[in-house]
Design a protein around this ligand. Structure first.
Ligand SMILES: NC(=O)C1=CN([C@@H]2O[C@H](COP(=O)(O)OP(=O)(O)OC[C@H]3O[C@@H](n4cnc5c(N)ncnc54)[C@H](OP(=O)(O)O)[C@@H]3O)[C@@H](O)[C@H]2O)C=CC1
Ligand SMILES: O=C1OC[C@@H](O)[C@H](O)[C@H]1O
Length: 406
């Protein structure tokens, strides 16, 4: 009962976070959002409310009314709209989002296939970028974006928000502590049932970098790599469940993907992701899946809900031999707040709120509690490419955009 009440309280506070006044001592970072994206409220606008150094200042959408409605709904001062809203074209006189000198950081939640183009443009305009996952369509694009950010002295973060949550970090700590011995096998699963996502969702659009492996698969791959602390040496099998495209035959879009991987030191990995998991017995919707599991020499560990642990999660640790040397022992841990003194966090902080804390610290030149470096983003994309190559679908089409050399 207490845990159910706790769940309700966390959900309520996460969705209605307290509004803190903007800092008068440290200039708030003014964010501009590219696209009135569905994910923007959860991933940035709500988390920003409880951060004194963040102001969601501008939004740009391809349609002015949409931009204005979004701005009005979320209390955003500036709305840019129309075909040049994301950035001014030379022939148009009005300055738009990326040309607005007040915008310090850009949140890029555009479809995957547009991540590279608009991140490069944002960096070129001198903005820090919080970039949605997966970082781009290809590893080469990812590398280029991070190299460019480095060259410009700007912060670029691929928004793998789950990595900032204390529960996920606790799992990593347990696995690294040696308590369970060497990891032998890891598995990550993320799936939702068919019907939840419409067929015209950006996630099923090949040209926009669609596919389950890009969307949910990027988390599963990231999680396997993070928890093992290594890169897959090979993809031993990759089986797509094709999305029945009306415009592409044969379809190159995976509605779901199952892959088997090899990691160094004889560690094996499995991943499963599905955006339209078919019902059981043709009619019974399957439960959503959000699981990370590690089988180790001395026991096993399960983390239920590794992607959105704030709502609810549990870490189940089973040791083969207890400390007295006998039998199996099982314990459950739940970690909603950082264990280490000095790091801020509330049990209702979403993964996105923890991520925003780190992003702001980085922009402000402070050391974040944790971070995802450029190499991590590139390696994740390389591993996704390996899965697509093995599956026969091939990597997603690279962007045609090239940053003009001035
Ligand atoms: N971190 C997380 O938990 C999550 C991350 N994501 C990631 O965020 C990104 C966006 O996802 P989501 O918010 O669901 O996406 P939406 O379907 O809301 O699309 C995002 C925006 O893309 C813009 N857009 C630009 N060009 C196109 C085009 N050709 N077709 C469709 N839209 C276009 C639209 O902007 P406009 O308003 O200008 O029309 C739209 O608002 C993806 O990369 C996804 O992987 C998504 C969900 C969760
Ligand atoms: O967190 C998420 O959950 C649902 C997905 O489709 C989305 O893109 C992802 O980021």
């Amino acid at each position: 009962m207490a845990s159910f009440v706790g769940f309700l309280k966390r959900i309520k506070a996460m969705n209605n976070p307290p509004r803190v006044p903007l800092s008068t001592e440290s200039a708030p970072i003014k964010f501009g959002i590219l696209g009135a994206a569905n994910i923007a409220p959860s991933a940035l606008i709500l988390p920003a409310r409880s951060h004194a150094e963040v102001e969601i200042y501008a939004v740009a959408a391809r349609n002015l009314e949409k931009a204005q409605a979004f701005a009005a709904k979320h209390g955003i001062e500036k709305a840019y709209g129309g075909p040049t809203a994301y950035q001014q074209l030379m022939i148009f006189p009005s300055a738009e989002l990326l040309d607005d000198p007040r915008v310090v950081a850009v949140y890029n939640p555009l479809p995957n296939g547009l991540h590279y183009e608009w991140t490069m443009k944002a960096l070129s305009a001198g903005k820090h970028v919080l970039l949605e996952k997966p970082s781009a369509d290809t590893a080469a694009e990812t590398r280029e974006m991070f190299e460019y950010a480095e060259q410009k002295g700007l912060v670029l973060l691929e928004a793998f928000h789950y990595r900032f949550h204390p529960a996920v970090q606790r799992v990593k700590e347990i696995l690294s502590s040696g308590e369970l011995g060497a990891i032998k096998h890891v598995e990550a699963r993320m799936a939702i049932f068919r019907g939840l996502m419409k067929d015209d969702d950006i996630r099923f659009n090949y040209e926009l970098g669609g596919g389950a492996m890009m969307d949910m698969g990027c988390y599963t791959m990231n999680c396997l790599r993070y928890m093992t602390g290594s890169e897959p040496t090979s993809v031993t099998s990759a089986t797509p469940d094709l999305f029945p495209s009306k415009t592409q035959s044969p379809s190159l879009v995976d509605g779901g993907m199952t892959a088997e991987l090899s990691f160094p030191n004889d560690v094996t990995g499995s991943l499963f992701c599905h955006l339209r998991h078919p019902p059981s017995y043709f009619i019974v919707p399957k439960m959503p899946e959000l699981l990370f599991k590690a089988e180790c020499e001395g026991g096993e560990l399960k983390l239920f809900n590794f992607v959105l642990p704030t709502a609810y999660h549990y870490i189940e640790v089973t040791t083969k031999t207890g400390q007295d040397g006998k039998g199996r022992k099982k314990r459950i841990e739940k970690v909603y707040k950082p264990a280490q003194d000095g790091w801020p966090g509330e049990d209702w902080w979403s993964t996105y709120r923890y991520q925003l804390e780190a992003f702001v610290n980085k922009v402000k030149g402070r050391t974040p509690q944790t971070w995802l470096a450029a190499d991590d983003a590139v390696a994740n994309m390389e591993a996704i490419e390996k899965v697509y190559e093995k599956s026969g679908l091939g990597v997603r089409p690279a962007s045609k955009f090239k940053l003009p050399v001035l």
